[in-house]
Design a binder for this molecule. Structure first.
Ligand SMILES: Cc1cc2nc3c(=O)[nH]c(=O)nc-3n(C[C@H](O)[C@H](O)[C@H](O)COP(=O)(O)OP(=O)(O)OC[C@H]3O[C@@H](n4cnc5c(N)ncnc54)[C@H](O)[C@@H]3O)c2cc1C
Length: 433
């Protein structure tokens, strides 16, 4: 049977990102192969690709969506060189059990493993090792992209190079990624050596990042419920891969589940303060050995944890500021958040390195980023508008993979570069208003 003979399965449904806000009614198509996708593209005036919906806001939303989860084959894996080729809908969590026992891991991984390879490219994701390893695109050799006419283009640094770079971090607006080849990193252990350090305030926090800058991985949790005089108080987790354990297997614990939406009042300033205090006390300073899964994907230990925020959902606001602005700028943001009455449940600070000039759409700039998870309340949008202004004044950016409400242009993806209007999302509509 020819691959185009069967059309892609479609479902009409209410769709949202990981933050459960915003939500739109959408026709979600599940193409199983390139032929079905081509037919869908050629019969659509507009469309957006979707991976596993782990972007928080409106990046993978639209009235017509091509969900790539059925195109999920690993087509080749060279255990000698660590080169892997797979379809765009393969989840990182499906790659890990194949590569880790063979002694390989991702050079760059975000803090969640249930994302697709297509989503990793379209957001050009970063990990806790950005200064050393950059974004996902740095390890990407090539991909195949279906454009608005249904043609398949091979893209790499040498072939269709401009399209290659526009697609990395291009949020699906250049076409649909079909498959990709990328380089993995050698590991000889499934364990990490983790060093936990406490910081009493933001100055202390930045000092720790500087002192331990040779540690390949670093991410800090900030207690945003701390009083103004201890603003920036928190815990930094540094880590490096352990060497030479004899057996490496990928076995993970079955995650706990949040089966229903929690009541929206569950996460309130009092419960968040309580959680922060427990988190701070539990993470005692010192060294310990931690499994890769626990270090890189701590939140994957609970499936559907986003339901803890209730049906109203939440917004993650992640911004990045250049090095010379970051200390003061992040201090200003924290000081705007503390008295606002809006209390983020999770707050993560990361350090970032140089961005290659070609990576025009990648989020991180050399400096620091802060991600704040806010339960959605009535007053939240006006606080986020104020934060946008603080970020803009410090020449910062917001991360479009998390964004749901920000000021047009703060993501700095140059929309004019994307010719045609076929690939359009709710986010792009918002950015163009
Ligand atoms: C708990 C958690 C932790 C996270 N931590 C990090 C982190 O540390 N670093 C980081 O960078 N990100 C992080 N993220 C964000 C996440 O990695 C990105 O949003 C990623 O793009 C999600 O991939 P997805 O497959 O779910 O894509 P989706 O959310 O479905 O889509 C994201 C974007 O990719 C586009 N897209 C998806 N597939 C394709 C395709 N085949 N072709 C073209 N475009 C496509 C969509 O149009 C959309 O614009 C985190 C998310 C969660 C939930």
């Amino acid at each position: 049977m020819k691959e185009t003979e069967k059309t892609a399965e479609v479902r009409r449904m209410q769709l949202s990102g990981w933050g459960n806000y915003p939500s739109v009614e959408a026709d979600v198509y599940l193409p199983g192969n390139a032929g079905q996708l081509r037919e869908l593209i050629q019969n659509s005036n507009y469309l957006i690709a979707r991976g596993n919906g782990r972007s928080y806001g409106d990046a993978a939303l639209g009235g017509r969506v091509a969900c790539m989860l059925s195109m999920n084959r690993i087509t080749s894996f060279d255990t000698g060189s660590g080169l892997i080729t797979c379809e765009a809908g393969v989840l990182l969590s499906d790659i890990l059990p194949v590569i880790v026992p063979a002694g390989w891991f991702f050079h760059v991984t975000p803090g969640v493993k249930s994302i697709t390879v297509g989503g990793a490219i379209a957001s050009d994701v970063h990990g806790k090792n950005h200064p050393e390893k950059g974004c996902f695109s740095r390890w990407l050799l090539s991909f195949r992209l279906m454009d608005a006419s249904g043609a398949i283009l091979d893209c790499s640094r040498d072939e269709n190079a401009s399209l290659f770079w526009q697609t990395c971090g291009g949020m699906g607006w250049t076409g649909v990624i079909l498959s990709a080849t990328f380089q993995l990193m050698r590991v000889t252990s499934v364990y990490m050596r983790q060093l936990t350090v406490r910081a009493g305030n933001l100055e202390d926090m930045f000092r720790h990042f500087e002192v331990h800058k040779n540690m390949p991985y670093a991410a800090a949790w900030i207690d945003t419920t701390a009083p103004v005089q201890a603003s920036g108080k928190g815990t930094v987790l540094f880590a490096e891969h352990r060497q030479g354990d004899t057996t490496i297997e990928w076995q993970t614990k079955k995650p706990a589940d949040v089966p229903y939406f929690a009541p929206s009042w569950l996460l309130n300033p009092v419960s968040i303060r309580f959680h922060n205090e427990i988190y701070y006390r539990r993470n005692k300073p010192g060294e310990r050995t931690v499994h890769l899964d626990k270090y890189f994907y701590p939140l994957d230990g609970i499936t559907n944890w986003n339901r803890l925020y209730g049906r109203r959902g939440f917004i993650q606001y992640q911004f990045c500021m250049p090095e010379k602005e970051a200390f003061e700028g992040i201090g200003e943001v924290l000081q705007a958040v503390t008295p606002s009455g809006e209390v983020p449940f999770l707050s993560v600070l990361k350090r970032h390195g140089e961005r290659p000039v070609e990576a025009v759409n990648s989020f991180p700039v050399k400096g620091y980023s802060l991600a704040l998870d806010f339960p959605r309340t009535r007053g939240l949008i006006s606080l986020l508008n104020r934060l946008d202004e603080l970020v803009r004044r410090r020449d910062g950016k917001v991360y479009l993979a998390k964004d749901a409400v920000s000021h047009p242009g703060l993501g700095r993806v140059d929309i004019s570069r994307f010719t045609g209007r076929k690939f359009t999302s709710a986010m792009r509509e918002r950015l163009e208003q």
